[in-house]
Design a protein around this ligand. Structure first.
Ligand code: BGC
Length: 759
């Protein structure tokens, strides 16, 4: 794409010295790139991200240790993903973009879209989902929101960075299909739709090559296949081999290495091991990043932004269970138990840690609203110590109330950037108190504050569970509104809550090897795994309750047969059949019935959040295309959907499908097929071209295999399958055809395949 700065940038490339060009390729300090004052090239200022500004004006760090400015802490991505609301993601982006403008930030380091391969990843709270489509769509809207304010984003961490354990060196080993189908699409969707100004490459290796050195990832996939024109920035310290990085497509090294790597670039150009043209390409992209920036003034009303944070959390919290105890009734005596009521956990630790503007607790909000509640701490929010005396008082308080609301969650130390969890338990002190309260009180509500799923051994004993996630600084106000029915819960899980850790898809291969992590579960993560294995889970992907109910009708496709690149429109009507205003998340899943490849039982390919008054009906539509039906085929090195039948499912959750209909797909794309000595007879006979040659040759040779009936219609299943899986070379052994003759047949078949393809 051409732009207004092209000519100027070409001139600058002529004027910049080699040293200045190398200097532009790394940061001057923790957050800035280098300016070239002589040529009026300004610096670029970056700041974390993703759910608020961690803008450091004093000493910088990438671990959330030193002070940053006070800023509104919005719900973390684990929460906002559960909103399934792309408009909200866009609004969050706009608000953050405006805050960046007010603080002089050029690039906001987010969104983080890595897949939740295991619930144990310490950084899951910053990531959206176990589903790449959902994560990609939310990230795309968020990026468009931030960038609409003239501020850049940095989608991260590219790619396959799914654990914290040894994240700076461990190699994520995965098949090409798994990479393309599971770990890249969230990036691909957001990059193609929203063109983030930068992409942050991850620390880890992929199949033994560091992301920052990875030409396949940063050039062949990102730029050549996806058409990305922006800059690749390293994660902080992710540079491996600076010169190889330039060749691979890594533009900016952050936070820089005090000139050491700049010197390596200079030396490599001088000794000819790096082509200056490769360096120029990098510098050209960096100059675009710097000079294309729009200057927009930002004026922030932090109190208004705080209110938005509260609203967003109301849209994100997920009501996991409710036997009718919620919403709470004003005239009842309610006990609030657990220190999270007073000190909510609202964000995670590490580089996304915000110096929050104003944190509000559920307890404080209840007091402000004059709710009739009694409070007992019961347990501490920051440790796992069961204290007899305070626990006893909590049980007594719960016993004397009409209902007990227990504010539970994970202490800060249980999950953070930098390390993974070792288990999925809540602190034992909390589990024990929940059980004790359940034995004296039949109306128990548990409100959870956590960044990723926890095991809930008491799930069947409590009356309601409200998942707040790490809900930002307004989590207390949002919990209050949801508990007391001032807002109707409308979040849906963006990840599965398994019953126990041992059930998780990568239980045997997660963060347990210093050097390598083998993604042996392949594309089967999250619900894709639990569904195909028909496993019971605690709460499925997409699940979430409301204070009202919804019904689906009239699932229709605008055509029943879809060809090649055509698109198809799916429509369904949804009715609020309850008595309250509420929002439903209509979910569309696609099942492949063609049996061409091993695939998940179904996959999310559309979602839409719809607001409905009581009794109201609306029609929602989705558009499906070839990609919606496809899997990544390694022999084609591309996405592929076979001709055949697919089922379109509309559901309230991945495990509550309400309506289904079938769709016929017809493609002319053929999978590559050539015959050799080891090709099995079954495959030869399954292809019309090779089958015809085979029968003709056999007939000429007078073989009893000439008639397809003899092979295909046998009653003897064993014989049939032996023949199907017999490699062609065995015609020597069993049919006594000489090698040269077999080779002759193979050549004929390959010729016929070529001719058929060219026609
Ligand atoms: C994190 C990034 C973050 C960067 C700067 C790194 O440790 O992985 O997500 O943006 O630090 O703080």
């Amino acid at each position: 794409m051409t732009n207004k700065n092209d000519a100027k940038i070409q001139e600058l490339l002529q004027e910049l010295t080699l040293e200045e060009k190398a200097g532009l390729c790394s940061g001057s300090d923790f957050w800035h790139t280098k300016a070239v004052e002589r040529l009026h090239i300004p610096e670029v200022f970056m700041s974390d991200g993703p759910h608020g500004l961690r803008t450091q004006k004093g000493e910088g760090d990438h671990l959330g240790l030193n002070e940053s400015i006070k800023a509104v802490c919005f719900p973390a991505a684990c929460a906002t993903a559960a909103s399934y609301d792309t408009e909200m993601a866009n609004e969050l982006g706009k608000i953050l973009g405006n805050e960046c403008n007010a603080e002089g930030v050029d690039i906001l380091l987010g969104p983080a879209v890595n897949m939740k391969r295991s619930p144990l990843c310490g950084r899951n709270f910053e990531y959206y989902s176990e589903d790449p489509y959902l994560a990609g769509k939310l990230a795309s809207s968020y990026i468009q929101g931030v960038q609409s304010q003239g501020v850049g984003t940095s989608i991260k961490h590219f790619a396959a960075n799914n654990q914290e354990y040894r994240r700076m060196s461990n190699s994520s080993n995965l098949s090409e299909r798994t990479l393309h189908e599971t770990y890249l699409p969230a990036f691909e969707i957001a990059i193609k739709e929203a063109a983030p100004k930068t992409v942050m490459c991850s620390y880890n290796q992929i199949n033994g090559i560091f992301s920052a050195d990875n030409k396949n990832l940063l050039t062949e996939i990102l730029r050549d296949a996806w058409g990305y024109e922006g800059c690749v920035v390293t994660d902080w310290g992710a540079i491996h081999d600076r010169v190889q990085g330039i060749k691979a497509g890594t533009d900016i090294e952050m936070p820089g290495s005090a000139g050491i790597n700049d010197a390596e670039i200079i030396a490599a150009v001088k000794d000819g091991s790096l082509d200056e043209a490769d360096l120029n390409k990098v510098v050209e992209r960096i100059l675009h990043l710097i000079l294309d920036k729009e200057q927009i003034e930002g004026v922030v009303d932090w109190n208004e932004d705080h209110k938005k944070a509260v609203e967003m959390e109301k849209e994100s919290a997920v009501l996991l269970e409710n036997n009718g105890v919620l919403p709470l009734q004003a005239q009842k005596k309610i006990a609030y138990i657990g220190e999270f009521a007073e000190k909510p956990r609202f964000q995670g630790g590490g580089s996304s840690h915000i110096n929050a503007w104003c944190v509000t607790s559920a307890l404080e909000t209840a007091k402000e609203k004059n709710r009739q509640i009694a409070y007992e701490k019961g347990f501490s929010a920051d440790n796992d110590i069961y204290e007899e005396e305070i626990a006893k008082r909590a049980v007594e308080c719960a016993k004397n109330a009409d209902a007990a609301v227990i504010f539970a969650g994970l202490p800060d130390a249980f999950e953070s950037e930098g390390y993974d969890r070792e288990h999925m338990h809540l602190p034992e002190s909390q589990n024990r108190l929940i059980e004790e309260i359940c034995s004296v009180q039949e109306n128990v509500v548990v409100v959870l504050h956590n960044g990723s799923p926890v095991e809930c051994p008491w799930a069947d004993k409590v009356s309601a569970v409200l998942e707040m996630y790490l809900g930002g600084e307004g989590v207390g106000e949002a919990a209050d509104a949801l508990l007391w029915g001032e807002a109707n819960p409308c979040g849906r899980l963006a990840e599965t809550f398994p019953l126990k850790l041992e059930d998780t898809p990568c239980y045997l291969n997660f963060a347990n090897d210093k050097f390598n992590t083998d993604y042996t579960e392949g594309v089967f993560i999250g619900y894709r795994y639990y569904d195909v294995k028909k496993m019971e889970v605690q709460w499925p992907f997409g699940h979430g309750l409301s204070y009202t109910t919804f019904r689906y009708d009239n699932l229709t496709l605008d055509k029943k047969v879809m060809h090649g690149q055509e698109k198809i429109t799916v429509s369904v009507s949804v009715t609020n059949t309850g008595e309250h205003y509420g929002k439903e998340v209509v979910q569309l899943y696609v099942k492949d019935n063609t049996k061409t490849a091993v695939r998940p039982e179904k996959e999310l390919k559309g979602f839409c959040k719809v607001a409905l008054e009581a009794g109201e009906t609306k029609t929602v539509t989705f558009v499906l295309d070839e990609r919606s039906l496809s899997y990544y085929n390694e022999s084609l090195k591309d996405w592929y959907a076979a001709s055949g039948t697919y089922t379109v499912c509309i559901g309230h959750s991945s495990r509550r499908i309400a309506l289904e209909t079938e769709l016929e797909y017809v493609t002319e794309t053929e999978l590559p097929f050539t015959v050799d000595m080891n090709t099995c007879l079954g495959d030869i006979l399954a292809h019309p071209v090779t089958a015809a040659v085979f029968h003709e040759m056999m007939k000429n040779a007078g073989s009893h295999l000439a008639s397809s009936d003899e092979v295909n219609d046998t009653d003897d299943l064993m014989m049939q399958s032996m023949m199907d899986s017999m490699p062609f070379r065995n015609f020597k052994t069993f049919v006594h055809i000489p090698t040269a003759a077999i080779q002759g047949i193979i050549d004929r078949m390959n010729e016929a395949l070529k001719t058929a393809k060219s026609q």
